[in-house]
Ligand binder design. Structure first.
Ligand code: THU
Length: 133
């Protein structure tokens, strides 16, 4: 797991912050943006998409990963997640990330400053993940 350059970091953070503007969150009113950098250099974005049937809600992180996979990218270098408060990905998203990544740097961004507040790793967030070999 290699750290990104400062420029790559900032691009990913900016993409997550911008993606958050597209959040469809009329129920929770909690907007989340995510951006994932694929190994081929492309950035894929996602936002949370809620539903009147609450359980159908899709988180920003999974939206971004699914967009990447739909475009043929399954290998990732880093993800940024933007929330007001700097929250880290939920358990379901961690497991989806683990499907594609042994480990992944995750930049946690607080939109109150538009800055990265923390860098965590998927391995640290989801130790002993479920995996069938
Ligand atoms: N949410 C995400 O988009 N990502 C997470 O990792 C946690 C939660 C969304 C789901 C829902 O639309 C809102 O945040 C409140 O839970």
């Amino acid at each position: 797991m290699r750290d990104l350059t400062e420029e790559q970091n900032q691009k990913l953070i900016d993409a997550a912050v911008a993606a958050r503007q597209q959040a469809y969150a009329p129920y929770s009113k909690f907007s989340v943006g995510a951006a994932v950098l694929a190994e081929n250099g492309q950035i894929f974005i996602g936002c949370n998409v809620e539903n009147a049937s609450y359980g159908l809600t899709n988180c920003a992180e999974r939206t971004a990963i699914f967009a990447a996979v739909a475009a043929g990218q399954t290998r990732f270098l880093a993800m940024a997640v933007a929330t007001e408060g700097g929250y880290s990905p939920c358990g379901a998203c961690r497991q989806v990330l683990a499907e594609f990544c042994d480990d992944l740097p995750i930049l946690i961004v607080d939109t109150r400053s538009d800055r990265q507040v923390e860098q965590v790793s998927l391995a640290e967030l989801l130790p002993r993940r479920f995996r069938r070999d």
